[in-house]
Write a protein that binds this ligand. Sequence first.
Ligand code: CAA
Length: 705
Amino acid sequence: MSAVIEERRGRIALLKLNNPPVNGLGWPVREGLEAAILRLAADAEVDGIVVTGAGRMFCAGADIREFGTEPPAHVRRLTPILDDLEGMEKPVVAAIHGVAAGGGLELALGCHYRVCGPKTKLGLPEVTLGILPGAGGTQRMPRVAGVSKALELIVSGRLVSEKEAYESGIVDELVDGDVDTVIAAAVAAAERLAKSDSAPRRSCDRTDGLQEAKDNPGLFDSFRKSMAKRARGMNAPYACVRCIEAAATMEFADGLKFERKEFEQLVNADEARSMRHAFFAEREVAKIPDVAKDTPTRPIQNAGVIGCGTMGGGIAMVFANAGIPVTIVESEQAALDAGIEKIRKNYAATVSKGRLGQAEMDKRMALITPTTDLVELAATDIVVEAVFEDMSVKKELFARLDRVCKPGVIMATNTSTLDVDEIAAATSRPEDVIGTHFFSPANVMRLMENVRGEKTSDDVIATVMGLSKTLGKVGVLVGVCHGFVGNRMLHQYLREAMFLVEEGALPQDIDRVLYDFGMPMGPFAMCDLAGNDVGWRVRQEQIKANGGKPTNIRYSGTIADKICDLGRFGQKTGKGWFKYADGRTPEPDPEVEAIIVETSAELGLERRDISDDEILERCLYPLVNEGAKILDEGIALRASDIDVVWMHGYGFPRFRGGPMFWADTVGLKTIGEKMRQFEKEHGPWMAPSPLLLKLVDEGKGFAEL
Ligand code: CAA
């Protein structure tokens, strides 16, 4: 089947891009498009052209898989093909449906008129791949939608609805109906334009959208200032701004050349490679090699959540947000009322920020049914337990659920550390038990670590992985171990951060280095946000279980314990590792510094200057090393799954591709050698993992596993 299908609608030629699954503009499509343009320009039987996409969408842009490869010499880039398309004397109309993203929207902008169907997403998301719209998008979009709108859309990479696209002038006509209706309207528009005396309206000739930048040339600098925090560490967003600035100051043809130069500098850099990796990793994660793609799933029409604390409440909101009715169970009425009130307040805060309508909030609240009676979960399709992290409590609860719930229910636990198999063994149906580890705040963080128990059945896995998507989450399937993937690696990261403080660094030094690396915040600000008391309790339990001695050879909690002894639990108490005068912004606190210096002396450690490089290596290399152990043990299916866990659960910078991809860019040999050195200097917990050493020996990276 041809990559561009040609049909006729009377005297209008209909070109359908045909490259499943998303009509990516790979070289066969470009070749087909170019040939059709040449032929149709000369065809006296054709008055106009309609371009559309076969299948479920118009076009999702360049074929990302082609980046970094060379097409056959005779195939041109998209930019000159679009120049020819736009330059045609016959009207060219885009019939847009489903998605028009990246090069797909650039193609549409090269057409003379755009008709768009319902439920369509349009945008230029290239920046999320570390590049810029490289087929004239940075030059045509500001001309069509105005400079401010173009800046916002291109630098955020946001996809907009057809309604917003219409209001911004990106599409000219909205049509309500199926694809055929959209095509019919586009054909009618082409016929109308063919009969009109005016020349085709070409985006490249338009100047109205550029006027605002001519009136206010300072607009670009203020935009750069406003994006500085979001674009931290990245090049692509700034390149996008430079190109739009070029659109406002240069002739169209020169602007295109400028855009090309900027694009070429980005496309093979680490930033773009990392973000492409992230894109494919996020899609790969849904594929479970030993669970057949066509495994039947169980219908999830309603849900139950047990526990109305921060996690339980957040999880209930996640279901309600997805339109799934949810019953929330708490044993005490007062705790239930408080939990529901917290949910209401959370929604109300979103409404007051204008991000949710009052009617939508009311609808979501109505989907949440509070109860103190577990029996009300009898007919529920999935139950998520989010009670106190205590094995005996959970086992007792699962035994009760086993008695109460209907056959076929999925029984999920939100435990962040406990053994899912032990919990499952408390029921008569361990095949129906799975872990669904949400990250706090559950209604915000996108990660769901779905923990597969030894006996979890394939259809439960398939259902929960699908459910993650329905809930707007990224589900990653992991195996059972203490802390699963994310928290087990986090432990390494936090431990070294604590040791570094004992040895000479201050929390603000460490936080600065990791923030500059691209983390949303450093480890100490993160602990203050999560609450220092949580780890404190865990350490106390561990010490008790270990006969009064900390488990580690070297204990990392000495300073943290002193901080907690003072009630400095973090943001919620106004003080933690930092102080919070305004309740949110961390400020170094001399009181903490005094405790740190005093503790170093007590531990017999002579404080020394610690370089930024050492901070980064000490915090991140052991984290990667633990990732290698996790892979070796089969707890994660792929290195890229670990990257997804860290990008979506902990905000590891996407432009670095996640910790394992980043490790490959650093070089595993470098990391292996450093871990050996750390092992000698600090202790056996820093020993490089066998898998890491094996890959170093073989000269390979995690990507080649
Ligand atoms: N190139 C190659 N493959 C692509 C692709 C693209 N542009 N977009 C999606 N795919 C693949 C996915 O990898 C996935 O493959 P598998 O089934 O093998 O995993 C398949 O298409 C379906 O994708 P999704 O699972 O993402 O499907 P969805 O329905 O959830 O989302 C979408 C559809 C909104 C189009 C989403 O796929 C998406 O956002 N795609 C990327 C869009 C994009 O960034 N375009 C810009 C490309 S760069 C560019 O165009 C440069 C330029 O200036 C010329």
